[in-house]
Design a protein around this ligand. Structure first.
Ligand code: SF4
Length: 388
């Protein structure tokens, strides 16, 4: 049976990190109440628009959702429960940052029905945390995880970043070992990308920091893969490792190319071969949603695109191949599109197999281990080029 996922964007942080180009802002505390009301309005308008299959996952992300008061998060979640049919065992995740929460706050957060917490730890090295502009210390990561456990959390993720300027393999090993020692269920690893407009990129352009070292980043990935496997984590996606039974169901929705509704400024949605995204600016979002009174399929629309069948098939391949353990299931692909993957992408699959980047058997198509760092090369094969 088809299920839905909801993404709720909280576009606020205490301080903007030096590498961050997400749609999130510091110093907007005065807007929290007005924003909460706007987000609830969008949830209601979209939920009332039409009946949908039940929701299996909710992800409150950002930004830093935990800058909001518990009462505000409660209002947001209660609105979701009223506007949508949420499964009783739905996975409900909130992102959080060490340094913004204590045990009492976390206890209340869990009492709202949130059953998975994802912490932006990033590094255990004080100099790296400072370079990244993080507000927390290395010590506070462990304290926050311990507080989450005391509060009753059973499903915890930490995010880490590797490939940092001046980061040595030994620094990364230290961060990994500290993260593993936390005893969390899930670890996500991201390679640093120096996005345009970020303070960190400006520092690199000015020559104050060395440019990224791709070879070293690849070594860091391999090291992580080995240490995490040794610690009982299983890789299931290019950037994600979980203890058995703790994969992130919400992100699996994206990788399986299933429908999701994103609410909040800049949030994306995908439903019925249509992808749309909301206006990005917070004040414009608040204004747009306030002007809408009737149930609406996309109350804060910025723009949309129609996904034709060929593109949907290509995206299903591209996203599914990110799943390193499961890959793309032939049966699922055929059930969805009425044809097996080879009927559409025969030449591409043959080429990638010849290059040693793709492995196929009677049931699945998967990246080979060496292709995990060359994902973009593989994915490009399944997307239409401009002249198609
Ligand atoms: S806490 Fe996360 S979302 Fe907020 S500025 Fe830092 S990296 Fe960006």
């Amino acid at each position: 049976m088809m299920h839905y996922s909801l993404y709720l964007h909280i576009p606020f942080c205490r301080k903007k990190c030096t590498y961050c180009d997400f749609n999130t802002y510091a110093g907007m505390d005065d807007s929290f109440a007005e924003y909460t009301a706007a987000l609830c309005r969008e949830i209601r308008l979209m939920g009332d628009h039409r009946r949908r299959p039940p929701v299996r996952t909710i992800f409150i992300g950002g930004g830093t959702p935990t800058v909001l008061a518990i009462s505000q998060l409660k209002q947001i979640l209660q609105t979701c429960f009223t506007a949508f049919d949420i499964l009783p065992d739905a996975e409900i995740t909130s992102e959080a940052n060490p340094g913004t929460v204590d045990e009492s706050y976390l206890r209340k957060l869990l009492s709202l029905g949130i059953n998975r917490l994802s912490f932006g730890a990033q590094s255990f090295n004080p100099a790296e945390l400072q370079m990244l502009g993080r507000i927390h210390s290395a010590k506070s990561i462990g304290q926050t995880i311990a507080a989450a456990r005391r509060a009753g959390a059973r499903n915890l993720n930490v995010d880490l970043i590797y490939g940092l300027p001046n980061q040595k393999l030994s620094d990364w090993r230290y961060t990994l070992e500290r993260a593993i020692a936390l005893g969390v269920e899930h670890i996500s690893l991201y390679s640093l990308t120096l996005e345009r407009g970020t303070a960190l990129r400006a520092q690199m352009v000015r020559g104050e920091l060395p440019p990224p070292n791709g070879d070293l980043a690849a070594d860091m990935y391999e090291l992580a893969d080995a240490l995490l496997a040794e610690a009982g984590f299983r890789q299931y996606e290019i950037s994600n490792w979980a203890k058995p039974g703790f994969r992130c169901e919400h992100n699996l929705t994206y990788w399986r190319n299933q429908p999701y509704l994103g609410m909040g400024p800049g949030a994306h949605s995908f439903e019925n071969r249509r992808r749309w995204w909301n206006v990005r600016s917070v004040p414009q979002y608040i204004e747009t949603v306030a002007a809408q009174n009737d149930p609406h399929p996309h109350p804060a629309l910025a723009d949309f695109e129609t996904i034709d069948r060929r593109l949907e098939m290509g995206e299903t391949m591209m996203l599914g191949l990110r799943l390193t353990a499961d890959g793309v299931s032939r049966a699922d692909f055929s059930a969805r599109f009425g044809v097996p993957p080879e009927a559409v992408f025969g030449a591409e699959i043959a080429k990638l197999k010849a290059l040693g980047l793709l492995h196929t058997d009677s049931q699945r198509l998967k990246l080979t281990p060496s292709a995990r760092l060359l994902g973009n090369l593989v994915f490009a094969e399944f997307l239409p080029t401009n002249d198609e």
